[in-house]
Design a protein around this ligand. Structure first.
Ligand SMILES: O=C([C@H](O)CO)[C@H](O)[C@H](O)COP(=O)(O)O
Length: 209
């Protein structure tokens, strides 16, 4: 089970410092939407150049102009870009088409999607990687809950999970066998991001796939 570190609401310097401290224990590095809005695609390019061995996720949260934004992400060195599941099918298929040209991937963010019908549609149009996600604002009403897995059960997607996940909630989540767990604040705001990433990675590694 992989650990994706989400870098959000940090300065550029903090992003690089936290990755330096946690790099042994993280698999995928997510350049968060707010970080990209603040620093542009340059920060994605810099992270890729420093850590070419890591999978870089550009959390573009694209909801229109899918092809154009996917080119921006992949030209900057991202291996994966994100697009919203509630977008038009055309936005998603354009994004998938560009990803194919770059030999890269698309993660469909399922923020605010709660019906299986949309999941079947996403499958039909060629989506293979999805993110079950409780957004930052929605987290005021409750963080990631394992009940969310029912949205993707038995549909054959590669599944990532995100939304206020911490060490306390991780053991329940790993029982559901997601492919990747995305963690932001519980690592980036921890007194020691290094220790937080190490103990979360240990829990993931000890769980059998
Ligand atoms: O995508 C995210 C969110 O929408 C803010 O942009 C976060 O990366 C994701 O929720 C993980 O962060 P935490 O919730 O802080 O673990």
């Amino acid at each position: 089970m992989k650990l994706q570190l989400a870098l959000d609401r940090l300065t550029r310097e903090e992003c690089f410092q936290i990755v330096k401290e946690t790099k042994e224990n993280i698999d995928w590095i997510e350049m968060g939407t707010g970080i990209i809005k603040e620093y542009g695609m340059t920060v994605v390019r810099e992270m890729h150049e420093l850590y070419p061995e890591k999978t870089i996720v550009a959390d573009m949260k694209t909801c229109d102009a899918g092809g154009h934004e996917a080119i921006q992400a992949f030209e900057a060195g991202a291996d994966i870009t994100t697009v919203m599941g509630f977008s038009s099918d055309l936005t998603i298929t354009d994004t998938l088409g560009v990803a194919k040209q770059y030999d890269a991937r698309v993660m469909v963010d399922l923020l605010e999607i709660s019906n299986r019908r949309r999941m079947h549609e996403l499958k039909r149009i060629g989506v293979d990687l999805v993110s079950l996600h409780v957004g930052k604002d929605k987290q005021k009403e409750g963080k990631f809950d394992t009940a969310l897995f029912s949205l993707v059960d038995d549909l054959g997607f590669e599944v990532t999970v995100a939304g206020g996940i911490s060490e306390d909630t991780l053991s329940d989540i790993v029982q559901k066998r997601p492919n990747t767990v995305i963690v932001g604040s519980a690592i980036t705001k921890a007194p020691s991001p290094r220790d937080a990433a190490a103990s979360m990675k240990k829990i993931l590694s000890n769980s059998v796939m």
